[in-house]
Write a protein that binds this ligand. Sequence first.
Ligand code: MG
Length: 189
Amino acid sequence: MASSVKISAVALDFDGVIANLEVDWNDVIRKISKIAGQDIKSLLTFYEANFGVPIYQKVSAEIENIELEALKKTQAVPFIAEFLKSLQEKQVPVYVVSMQTAKVIQVFLNQQELSSYVKEVVTRDRFPSKRAQVDYVTKTVGGRVLFVDDLKRNLISCQDLNVVCFHFQRTKKPKDAQKSWDRILEFIK
Ligand SMILES: [Mg+2]
């Protein structure tokens, strides 16, 4: 374990790490393909390829509505509040890096009373990819960032940045989540 490396900040993915968003993404992709007039296979690829053009805004706004609706049924990942509290006690700043929108993240953090634990929310409104988001965090922090995501594709895309990657297993089970939070905290000295 890379516990000898000094961690300057933690960057947490949102869906699958902080919350389990109740969205049927295959259904969303079908819907969005119609709106965009193209066969979208992956939202991540779509965002990256279309950032800054009008269709991006259109698709992003449509998905934001779905995400905001989903928040009504969305549960926090077990013990996320306790985990964030531990990081605050250790004075390690927390960034949320997410391909959701800032509004979605902020609504959820406010609902769960978690906003005060988060230094900055970095989302698809400003950055077209997870890599661009994490790159921004490493440069802002100016040190090694512990990057936590449930998607291996995202972790791989950031491997060569100034990060330690942690693959979080998406779960709703308190016991499994606790085990992961404990393992992550071992990286923080
Ligand atoms: Mg995720």
